[in-house]
Design a binder for this molecule. Structure first.
Ligand code: CA2
Length: 143
């Protein structure tokens, strides 16, 4: 069975509590449940994790080498800053798709640049929680 890591970065544990106009009203639990259900319908096992720490996200990516076929990753603000996450994505040699709830290209200029997108198979941004669903469909096609 195909297995996918659904990985969420910093502050995404707060989804549904603040800024619904930017990030929607679903909680992280709700989003995970939708994506796990969607994956199961397609015969894909989705395991969800979240960390507020760069090192925790790096560890999750490293561990994914041993069990996952691909990764759907919302790196949050680390998208725009983290050379360490970029190196981790390059190192694991698994397909990773970068996803964002909001359209980062329509926001502040500092969000337009992703250090991670060049080492990902693609980037999906701006479709709310459905960005994760589109990301999963994309990674399934690649796997
Ligand atoms: O749009 C996205 O998914 C982002 O990855 C979200 C990050 C942001 O830094 C990226 O530029 C784009 C921020 C996540 C913050 O999550 C919150 C959730 C609830 C309340 C406040 C923030």
């Amino acid at each position: 069975m195909t297995k996918v890591l659904l990985l969420h970065g910093p502050n995404l544990n707060l989804l549904g509590t603040r800024e619904p106009e930017v990030y929607g009203s679903m909680t992280l639990y709700d989003i995970n449940a939708e994506i796990i259900k969607f994956g199961a319908k397609q015969g894909v096992e989705v395991r969800a994790q979240q960390s507020n720490h760069e090192g925790g996200l790096i560890d999750a990516l490293h561990e994914a080498r041993h069990w996952a076929d691909g990764v759907v990753f919302n790196p949050g603000a680390y998208t725009h800053t983290s050379v360490a996450l970029r190196d981790a994505i390059s190192a694991i040699a698994l397909p990773v798709v970068e996803v964002h709830l909001s359209n980062v290209h329509a926001r502040e200029p500092f969000r337009h640049k992703s250090l991670l997108a060049p080492v990902c198979v693609g980037q999906i941004s701006g479709f709310g929680w459905r960005s994760y669903q589109l990301g999963l469909q994309g990674i399934m096609g690649i796997i």
